[in-house]
Design a protein around this ligand. Structure first.
Ligand code: AHR
Length: 336
């Protein structure tokens, strides 16, 4: 637990060796007034988004923008197009603009210490949303709000057990894995959680025969799955780290004359509407939910941090698991 006051006190001790880096990228999509400091004025929040790679991300961006508006904050928003250098530039620009709080969803886990030290020196608290980072200095951010990706990987493996049983599958389970963006927390941790269950409980019968990144995009999933089917035509399971890659892969499976959800059983992560549509059509067998609607919780957290309140260091989101029989019923009420 780290309050803003503690964070600011700690920040004083950091040498401002590099000073503030020059602003590398103009914000896009800023809203509200130009008010840039606290003290009774509107809170200004700088939010550096990963990109717009998936349906999940679109829903997450919408949730953040709507919740900031609802809370009456001045939101400065940038889309890094899945490039770490763009995100770093956006954070530097928020530091230069003296925003009250910075929140960001890191593209990858490593390489953040320098820019976060700059934020700390400028006494601007940082909140991680959705994805975590690797750092030896825990004082560089005050809180991390988002899903437990390792657990999502475990849940995907447990879901596959049910899917195989339901399909009456006998014999070897030859798994193709479509990984998320290389170096990103959800890609690393969803693979890790899945492997943990596989190694502990299915060492003899399950095997990941091929695994490659599809960068969390539909186009990536389609292209990589087409190559998988060429090199390993006997794949009978696909584990996709998100729905969009599964949806792209379905196109390649059908183009290869196979039936998704039958010839190749599919488990994916997210739970976006298009994923649920595919599941209600029998093309995806199970989805592990990852909730993108983090906006309202994030805005509460921003207020607390800005007011100097002590906040929880880690806030996990609550999520569910869905099999085909729940898809049709759940579809009309899906919020993203
Ligand atoms: O970080 C969350 C992941 O990022 C989502 O599962 C994926 O769809 C997105 O691109």
């Amino acid at each position: 637990m780290l309050s803003r006051r503690n964070f600011l006190t700690a920040a004083v001790g950091v040498a401002a060796a590099g000073g503030l880096a020059a602003c590398a990228k103009e914000d896009e999509g800023s809203s509200g007034s130009d008010s840039s400091s606290g003290g009774g004025k509107k809170i200004t929040l700088g939010f550096a988004q990963v990109g717009s790679e998936s349906g999940w991300r679109t829903a997450n961006t919408k949730s953040v923008k709507e919740a900031a508006k609802e809370a009456g904050y001045n939101l400065k928003f940038s889309d890094a197009q899945q490039k770490q250098e763009n995100q770093i530039s956006a954070i530097r620009s928020y530091i230069a603009q003296k925003v009250n709080v910075i929140a960001f969803s890191p593209v990858v886990v490593t390489g953040w210490d320098a820019v976060l030290k700059e934020a700390k020196t400028a006494k601007i608290p940082v909140i991680l949303t959705d994805r975590s980072i690797e750092t030896s200095d825990d004082s560089l951010y005050v809180s991390f709000i988002g899903s437990d990706f390792i657990d999502e990987g475990r849940r995907a493996a447990k879901m596959l057990e049910k899917v195989l049983e339901k399909a009456g599958h006998k014999g070897a389970v030859k798994i193709a894995q479509l990984e998320g963006t290389t170096g990103a927390a959800p890609a690393i941790e969803r693979a890790k959680g899945f492997k943990e269950i596989m190694d502990a409980e299915h060492k003899d019968d399950w095997k990941v025969v091929v695994s490659q990144t599809g960068d969390f995009t539909r186009a990536g999933g389609k292209q990589v799955m087409a190559a998988f089917l060429q090199s390993n035509p006997d794949i009978n399971v696909l584990y996709a780290h998100n729905d969009d890659m599964a949806l792209g892969a379905i196109q390649s499976i059908e183009a290869a004359g196979k039936k998704p959800g039958k010839d190749i059983l599919i488990v994916s992560v997210d739970g976006v509407k298009d994923g649920f549509v595919a599941m209600s059509e029998g093309k995806i067998n199970g989805i592990v939910e990852c909730n993108p609607l983090l906006g309202p919780q994030l805005m509460d957290l921003v207020k607390k941090v800005n007011d100097g309140e002590t906040v929880e260091r880690r806030i996990k989101t609550k999520e569910g698991d869905f099999l085909q029989e729940q898809a049709k019923e759940a579809l009309p009420t899906r919020k993203y």
